[in-house]
Design a protein around this ligand. Structure first.
Ligand code: FES
Length: 86
């Protein structure tokens, strides 16, 4: 995933926006990422990924999601259709 790819597809919140938000506001828990344009408050698909991003950022790493945007979107579509994460 590149910085301008969206992590939260419901609200079109990119990885770059999330990282900038964390750098600016220093959230202590992942749920605070919802204050970044509502990330994670729609279908909930991205919530585990928001947790991972927050953990990596908290560990001083550069957050990354090693998945192609097309695959990520396809997995979300399956999640929305079936309720299962695959
Ligand atoms: S993709 Fe983030 S809430 Fe749906």
């Amino acid at each position: 995933m590149e910085p301008d790819d969206n992590v939260c597809l419901c609200f079109r919140v990119s990885l770059r926006k999330l990282v900038n938000f964390m750098d600016r506001t220093r959230p202590t828990v992942p749920s605070q990422l919802s204050e970044c344009l509502g990330a994670g408050t729609g279908c909930q698909w991205c919530v585990p990924f928001l947790r991972k991003i927050h953990q990596e950022w908290s560990d001083g790493k550069r957050p990354d999601l090693p998945v192609a945007p097309e695959e990520y979107a396809a997995r979300r579509a399956r999640y929305r259709a079936t309720g299962e994460r695959g």
